[in-house]
Design a protein around this ligand. Structure first.
Ligand code: FES
Length: 181
């Protein structure tokens, strides 16, 4: 399980962040670096970290929050061990990205923009990935899969093969759809 769901680790993370921020105090232009640091370290930027950054760097919370929501690299939601993202750019949308996303959500049981409670998988949508010739496209971690049909999705989600519970869910789903894995 991800440590990010553990309140004890969270406290340690905040102490470490406070130490990291100490030498940056009073220096202008440190916000982006601090946010990248937290994103890299934790995989997301929790509210407590935002508040600490704002307090330690004497920056209004509204500014911290504004930067986080502006840049797609930053997220307030903890990412799962497996990260699946479906492209919703125009080319992918026209080629059936909505159906691909529905299939991903059904198979994983995770709605777009959220992470499973056990931290196993997160599902998101993304803007154009620059692979429009392969539309519709999804990414699983760093892997890009293109020219997808909704039926292809189950074979692509590798974590299903490593996770008996998830595989059982997927099988149920496909049985309902009159298919087999
Ligand atoms: S629209 Fe999906 S890769 Fe460009």
């Amino acid at each position: 399980m991800s440590k990010y769901f553990d309140p004890v680790s969270r406290e340690d993370d905040l102490k470490a962040l406070k130490r990291y921020l100490q030498p940056l105090k009073g220096q202008p232009g440190m916000l982006m670096g601090a946010l990248h640091h937290v994103q890299d370290e934790l995989g997301f930027i929790p509210k407590e970290a935002q508040e600490l950054i704002a307090a330690e760097l004497s920056i209004p919370m509204t500014e911290v929050y504004g930067v986080i929501t502006f840049y797609s690299r930053f997220t307030e939601i903890p990412k799962g061990k497996k990260q699946i993202s479906v492209c919703m750019g125009t080319a992918c949308y026209v080629k059936g990205a909505v159906k691909i996303l529905q299939e991903v959500e059904t198979i994983t049981g995770v709605k777009a923009g959220t992470t499973s409670e056990d931290g196993r998988v997160s599902v998101s949508t993304t803007r154009c990935l620059g692979a429009c010739g392969m539309a519709p496209v999804l990414t699983e971690g760093t892997q890009v899969h293109g020219r997808l049909h909704p039926k292809d999705v189950i074979a692509l989600l590798d974590h299903l093969k490593e996770d008996p519970k998830a595989m059982e869910e997927a099988q149920k789903h496909l049985e309902k759809a009159g298919e087999s894995v």
